[in-house]
Design a protein around this ligand. Structure first.
Ligand code: ATP
Ligand code: MG
Ligand code: MG
Length: 341
């Protein structure tokens, strides 16, 4: 059978590995650090992304390479791409590794983002703040997640700096945050899951609920704009598209070129979940049916939430997913539950 290579051994890689296994594939995970996916993958390489020999051996052992982590260094990707196909493609990665190129791409295809300015150095911040006004949010262009690397500016005379090239975004007064998990196959077929309503706490996704409560018109808009993004990138795989809902319509917050935390509900709500959908796409199989068959609330188990597991296991209509991570620490995603509503 074929082997699917996965860059990144976190919980997303773990759930991709399980889905691949169920479809008869073997997986080889490449992860520089600790790998919660290590116990379910068939082969694991623990080596830095700078280790050319390890990268080469990894690529030569697989048929196709995908990733659960978008910040793989460019040099490693260049080497891997010379040996095996990478899906989703390099352009999708390049666009989404940098918030500035991502926003330029999104606005370039006619979508709306928050107003933004490139702030290459601290010296450029006052002009950007004057242009956009306050409140505003400064975000590092690269590597940020779970709200890390972000500074909120309540007034334009406030001074603070992220320490790295950043973008300043005007603050969007949204009524809700929703996301679309969309997939595109090798043949260009597009399939989207029902948009979910996302609630964050301290910058970290807490819950995703479907249905999300949007009007039919906005639901259609959300799916169409997600399809526009994956088509424009000639994308293959699953993508998470985060949106703000405003009185003027939908604004794209950010895209993630991989399976997404806000798509975990599909494990309980759909015949083919986002992990299987991603494996199907990268393996060149037909996409699954994205239809939703249940109302679901996904809740992340963060830090010592995991202590609730004995209780959660007793709850009816509840799936418990644990990532096999050792110690719980504040802010660490340990698992999630999908509660059928
Ligand atoms: P993720 O873990 O989703 O990758 P991230 O670190 O990339 O997070 P963002 O998604 O950019 O961060 O922002 C985190 C949250 O901060 C958003 O979900 C939203 O609640 C809020 N936020 C971000 N940008 C804006 C904005 N321009 N206006 C208002 N709120 C914002
Ligand atoms: Mg992000
Ligand atoms: Mg986000």
């Amino acid at each position: 059978g074929s082997v699917i290579g996965i860059l990144g051994g976190g919980q997303l890689g773990r759930m991709l590995s399980v889905a691949a296994s169920r479809l008869g594939y073997r997986t080889h995970i490449y992860e520089p650090g600790a790998a919660p996916a290590g116990d379910v993958a068939h082969v694991v390489t623990t080596a830095p992304y700078e280790d050319e020999a390890a990268l080469r051996a990894f690529a030569e052992s697989v048929d196709v390479i995908t990733y659960e982590f978008e910040n793989v260094p460019t040099a490693a990707l260049d080497l891997l791409e010379s040996l095996r196909p990478i899906r989703p493609n390099r352009r999708a990665l390049a666009v989404s590794q940098d918030r500035l190129t991502e926003k330029d791409f999104l606005t370039g295809i006619g979508l709306t983002t928050a107003p933004y300015r490139n702030v290459e150095t601290e010296a450029e911040l006052p002009a950007a703040l004057a242009a956009l006004g306050a409140p505003a949010i400064l975000k590092t262009r690269r590597m940020g997640y779970d709200g890390k690397g972000q500074i909120r500016f309540g007034d334009k005379d406030q001074r603070d700096w992220t320490g790295a090239p950043s973008v300043l975004e005007g603050f969007v007064k949204f009524s809700a945050e929703v996301s679309v998990i969309v997939a595109r196959g090798v043949d260009g077929q597009v399939s989207a899951f029902d948009p979910g309503l996302n609630v964050h706490r301290e910058g970290i996704l807490r819950t995703t609920t479907v249905p999300c409560g949007l009007s039919q018109a906005l639901l259609t808009d959300a799916v169409l704009l997600a399809a526009k993004i994956v088509n424009a990138l000639d994308y293959v795989g699953v993508m998470g598209v985060e949106l703000f809902v405003t009185p003027k319509g939908l604004i794209v917050n950010e895209i993630a070129p991989r399976v997404h935390n806000s798509g975990h509900w599909t494990q309980a709500g759909c015949a083919v979940d986002q992990f299987e959908q991603h494996i199907r796409a990268v393996a060149g199989l037909p996409l699954g049916d994205g239809q939703r068959y249940a109302d679901v609330e996904m809740e992340n188990l963060i830090g010592d939430d995991v202590l609730r597991v004995p209780e959660l296991l007793k709850q009816p209509r509840t799936q418990v997913h644990l990532y096999g991570k050792g110690a719980h620490r504040p802010g660490r995603k340990m698992g999630h539950i999908n509660r059928l509503l």
